[in-house]
Design a protein around this ligand. Structure first.
Ligand SMILES: [Zn+2]
Length: 316
């Protein structure tokens, strides 16, 4: 089973990509997902940090509409909100499209809008992108709140109540630790790598990886070459992705690691993984490194479904 915790395809839909056909450029479309044996992916509703709040809300709604249009046209995919639904889809050959929101600015300063996006199917919120917002500080700026804002703490509490996953990818270190402190549900990083192997500020330190493990959370390893090695020369590939998986497994335990490819959100891809259809190569290579079939299955998707179930179980 393969479930990917982060692709940026909704932004491409707004740039008129038809994901019903096999595109010659671009990383994700239904033919490539099916060729790659992918069962489901979190489609990130990404809003740039500089977008004004009202425009951000409209932008997020437009992306959801575009995703729903593409699903209707395909006929063999569905907006999916739970592991049980994903399993039913898998058995019926239906592709599971999960929705995540990347950057909380579309909810403005309204828990009511947060609840509305949850009703529309959004099951995680990446609190920030590359800019501080009303909810929290980002890794890129980190100068407004010193972590979560007072409103951000309310957002985390409401997300816990709804069963929506708190995603700390792109957050500042202080925001990360605030989420660990204030969230009653496991915290996730949908598309982040290990700082011990590549010093990028977006990557997670060993302390952070341990904290994710302590709260029974999840980290999805990102495929972006510049998060994999410090100088990205020669261009990293499958071997380096597995190095990050190995390290995260070492620190977090094998229950807490998955894949968050960031396909369609990265301008360059790792060697040997040009798009989502090549995904099986990664898992074949993991087996050559000594992972059992069962362990590969956990990392390729089961752990992501399990953390979603754990977050749902805390919901009130
Ligand atoms: Zn991102």
């Amino acid at each position: 089973m393969i479930y990917d915790s982060h692709v940026d395809t909704p932004s491409e839909l707004l740039r008129s990509r038809d994901i019903g056909i096999d595109n010659s450029n671009g990383h994700v479309d239904f033919p490539k997902l099916r060729r790659g044996g992918v069962d489901g992916s979190f489609f990130a509703l990404y809003t740039p940090a500089e977008t004004a709040p009202d425009a951000a809300t409209v932008h997020a709604l437009e992306m959801i509409a575009a995703v729903q249009d593409a699903i209707e046209k395909d006929g063999k995919a569905a907006i999916t909100v739970s592991p049980e639904q994903a399993e039913t889809n898998r058995k019926n050959g239906v592709f599971s499209v999960f929705l995540g929101m990347e950057n909380g600015s579309p909810i403005q300063e309204s828990l009511s809008l947060l609840r509305q996006f949850h009703r529309l199917g959004v099951r995680y919120l990446t609190l920030t992108h590359n800019g501080d917002n009303a909810i929290a500080d980002s890794a890129a700026e980190a100068k407004t709140w010193g972590g979560l804002s007072p409103f951000g703490r309310e957002v985390v509490r409401e997300m816990n109540r709804l069963g929506m996953m708190v995603d700390v990818s792109h957050c500042s270190d202080a925001t990360f630790y605030d989420c660990i402190k204030y969230s009653k549900a496991p915290v996730i990083a949908t598309h982040s790598c290990c700082r011990a192997l590549c010093g990028h500020r977006r990557n997670l330190s060993d302390y952070m990886l341990r904290a994710i493990s302590d709260v029974d959370g999840y980290v999805g390893i990102n495929f972006y070459p510049f998060f994999l090695t410090d100088d990205a020369r020669p261009f990293p590939g499958i071997r380096e992705i597995i190095d990050h998986i190995d390290h995260a497994v070492d620190i977090c335990g094998i229950d807490h690691v998955g894949i968050g490819s960031d396909f369609d959100g990265i301008e360059v891809t790792p060697t040997g993984l040009d798009d989502v259809s090549f995904m099986p190569r990664l898992f074949e290579e993991m087996k050559l490194r000594g992972y059992t079939g069962e362990q590969v299955d956990m990392i390729s998707g089961k752990n992501l479904m399990d953390v979603l179930a754990r977050v749902e179980s805390v919901a009130g």
